[in-house]
Design a protein around this ligand. Structure first.
Ligand code: GAP
Length: 472
């Protein structure tokens, strides 16, 4: 399976990059590390290239995304079932799918500096060994002819190494679905059209991991294989494209920042009769978030041919037996998390009480995606009544949602810290709350909203009813 090259896309993307976008991306990467969203894997040993660890807030954000995808895809529907397959994959599965023979990218090396690049992504930079050449001399890399580089990670199963013990880390979650198609069909007795959904890790030994988590070697996919009658394949591909665009709207990625690429003939994967790429305007260019591909009966047909096991569907109504076709919306969890962060990141100039201009950094996540939904603060930390009430309110809220208790520093600073990680609401417990300013205020708290910074007083007994509907 030779991966499709979007060379014209590459130039389109490079053209859209400017310094401001670069600076914005640098700020995002820095915030991700500083506030515990994303760290380089193995950083203290110099880092494992193309691998990323999600910190306390990043793991919540990613979980919110995956839970919401699962809800919309599996739990809210009768026609899509879930699967959680293994990462270690039988070599015959990936031989049948074409990955062993052809899941490769063309790779080139510089004969001088020995750098290695994907042939379609050679950077427009001088050769590292020729930097000191005088002005006017050719400083470019001297590249070899492209040769194919298989992107799969291979491993050995069991104690004795040999050809039979070879296994692979899956390069896409899709193949487990195809291989378990018959088991799901027989155990669930579903009828066409129906889908099987899976989310989980996939691994590709990318030649040039780049753009933060965008192109990683270990990443997560959220894939649906939607099986149908052959005559419905094209229509359902168009319908799935629309459904997936709606999904991005629901998580906070506006339609105007998404682009649809109808991948032309000759650029699609060999199994695909139609593919739409859903692309997002990242600060580093317009890049793919998800592919919606009409894979026909290619995969089930190949697995039937190679395993000798039937993959057919029997239609009770028409008495026909046939291999179903499949439409595949295939999204990347890491890329979507990155898009969520890029979309949410904002800096605004504010004038403080002393008349000075300061910059407020805000992650404007949709509340349903925000890692922390409610910050809870006692106005002062050295007032036991305030602290006790704040902890009591936090205990009540955390039964329903994610909360964060903070009693350190001035209240304004605490709001800013929550703005920077995208917490949509903060609840402050003050002297009115505990009735010290007179009985007429007893039992109210201040709710401060992240984007408008507006504050409202709400009774404690109304707090859940006020906040919870705003968080979904
Ligand atoms: N089953 C089809 C398939 O795997 P793909 O276009 O190769 O198709 C689907 O991958 C999605 O998986 C991409 O749109 C992207 O979001 C994500 N993805 C693929 N390679 C990735 C990588 N190296 N790093 C992060 N995400 C990746």
């Amino acid at each position: 399976m030779v991966r499709v090259f979007h060379i014209f896309k590459f130039f389109r993307k490079m053209a859209s990059r400017d310094t401001t976008d670069q600076q914005r991306m640098e700020k995002i990467v820095s915030l991700c590390k500083r506030r515990g969203f994303i760290y380089q894997s193995g950083e203290i040993y110099g880092g494992l290239n193309g691998c990323w660890d999600y910190g306390p807030l990043g793991s919540e954000l990613k979980k919110n995304l995956k839970d919401f995808w699962w809800k919309r895809t599996v739990r809210d529907r009768d026609d899509i079932l879930g699967l959680d397959g293994t990462i270690l994959t039988h070599q015959e599965v990936l031989k049948a799918s074409g990955h062993v023979g052809g899941f490769s990218d063309p790779m080139v090396d510089c004969k001088v500096c020995k750098s290695r690049y994907r042939a379609d992504a050679v950077p427009d930079a001088p050769c590292k060994e020729k930097l000191s050449l005088p002005k006017g001399e050719d400083k470019s890399c001297e590249l070899t002819e492209p040769r194919e580089f298989n992107l799969m990670f291979q491993t050995q199963m069991g104690a004795s190494a040999g050809a039979d013990s070879v296994a692979y880390l899956r390069p896409e979650t899709a193949q487990t679905i195809f291989v378990q198609f018959k088991n799901v069909l027989d155990s669930s007795r579903v009828k066409l059209p129906f889908g099987i959904a899976q989310m989980g890790k996939a691994f590709r030994n990318e030649i040039n991991p780049r753009n933060f988590t965008f192109r990683s070697r270990e990443f997560e996919q959220m894939e649906i294989e939607y099986f149908c009658r052959p005559e419905d394949g094209m229509r359902l591909t168009d319908e799935w494209l629309e459904k997936r665009l709606d999904f991005y709207g629901e998580i906070g990625i506006p339609r105007e920042k998404l682009h649809i690429l109808d991948v032309p003939d000759g650029e699609r994967a060999h199994y695909s009769k139609k593919t739409y790429d859903i692309e997002y305007e990242f600060p580093f260019g317009i890049q793919e978030l998800e592919g919606v591909a009409y894979r026909t009966d290619y995969d089930l047909g190949k697995h039937q041919e190679c395993s000798g096991k039937p993959m057919e569907y029997f239609d009770e109504a028409t008495k026909e037996k046939f291999i179903p076709h499949v439409v595949e919306p295939s999204a990347g969890a890491d890329r979507t998390v990155l898009a969520l962060i890029c979309e949410a990141f904002d800096e605004e100039e504010l004038t403080n009480e002393k008349g000075k201009t300061e910059t407020r950094t805000v992650l404007r996540f949709k509340p349903r995606m925000a890692p922390i939904k409610i910050g809870v603060f006692p106005l002062l930390k050295n007032k036991p009544d305030l602290v006790a009430k704040a902890k009591e309110i936090q205990a009540m809220l955390r039964e329903h949602t994610t909360t964060f208790y903070d009693e350190t520093g001035a209240i304004g600073r605490r709001y800013r810290r929550q703005d920077e990680v995208g917490t949509p609401y903060c609840v402050t417990i003050d002297f009115d709350t505990i009735g010290e300013n007179g009985p007429e205020h007893d039992g109210t708290v201040t709710i401060r909203e992240r984007d408008s910074m507006k504050q409202e007083r709400v009774k404690i007994e109304d707090l859940l009813g006020y906040l919870l509907p705003k968080l979904v």
